[in-house]
Design a binder for this molecule. Structure first.
Ligand SMILES: [Fe+2]
Ligand SMILES: [Fe+2]
Length: 279
């Protein structure tokens, strides 16, 4: 699978049509969430360190995790570069330092925090589900052509990452044989974690005034009230199908229809209007 990543030439920052940047089409709320996304993406190498530690005797997967992380870091660089065009005052390095000083990943963990390696891979699939649908939604919501091009590339990568982790999940399920209920439990747990610190703290680190104090609830709302508003039903439906598949359930059955309705309702409820960025 490592070859899978290497076979096609991966896009680079030089492939982005930076010259087409159109300041008149920049939405200030989108700039805020793009800055936050740049923090999380750019932190990919730390997550690879954690994965290499959990999969310490699996060099094939470790190599995949390393390549994967480099693509995530590139996502961070592209988003940061765009944010700098949209807001020349944006100091990515200072914001990223603030993010990594305050948000730590347990890079040395010997066992997955999901209870098994299969569980870890289910969680990775859920994250890639979230990112691929998010960048798809953001691409459609943004009118700015350069951001559209960046999001198109990133969304395609995230979908490929999902397939990559799903492939390794199949390999581990043969050994570990964790049940569907357990897979579903891990998937739901990872979904719930989206309310944890990572995104709220990234939004804080990227957007708050230098002397502001972090408050998870308020910065979480500032993030989600913007980000959730970009989703349309088709993004939710596709994301639900990918999540169900990772949990070992039928992707496009009645459960999907029900969860898509629930998902759309929840997203709409949390994004009626952008919450102010706390001072
Ligand atoms: Fe990414
Ligand atoms: Fe990804």
């Amino acid at each position: 699978m490592q070859q899978e990543l290497a076979r096609r030439r991966h896009w680079t920052l030089a492939d982005i049509p930076w010259g087409q940047f159109d300041a008149a089409k920049v939405d200030p709320d989108i700039v805020k969430v793009v800055k936050a996304a740049a923090m999380v993406e750019h932190n990919g190498l730390d997550y690879a360190r954690y994965l290499c530690s959990v999969f310490h005797d699996d060099p094939e997967f470790q190599a995949v995790a390393q390549d994967w992380a480099e693509e995530e870091v590139q996502h961070g660089k592209a988003l940061a570069e765009w944010a700098r065009l949209a807001d020349p005052a944006f100091d990515f390095e200072a914001c990223f330092k603030r993010f990594t000083d305050g948000y730590k990943i347990a890079v040395g963990a010997k066992d997955s925090i999901r209870g098994s390696r299969s569980g870890e891979l289910v969680a990775r699939c859920i994250v890639e589900t979230g990112t691929s649908s998010y960048y798809g939604a953001l691409m459609e919501a943004s009118e700015e052509p350069v951001l559209k091009a960046i999001c198109r590339n990133i969304a395609a990568d995230e979908h490929r990452h999902y397939k990559l982790f799903y492939g390794h999940l199949g390999r581990y399920l043969e050994r570990e044989r964790i049940g569907r209920l357990r897979r579903l439990w891990v998937a739901l747990g990872r979904l719930k974690e989206s309310e944890d610190d990572e995104l709220a703290y990234a939004f804080f680190a990227a957007n708050a005034a230098a002397d502001a104090r972090y408050d998870r609830k308020r910065y979480g709302a500032a993030y989600s009230s913007r980000a959730f508003g970009y989703y349309r039903e088709r993004h939710v439906q596709r994301g639900v199908a990918m999540a169900l598949k990772a949990a070992g359930l039928t992707p496009n059955g009645r459960l999907n229809a029900w969860l898509t309705r629930l998902g759309c309702w929840l997203l709409a409820r949390h994004s009626r209007k952008p919450a102010p960025v706390p001072a």
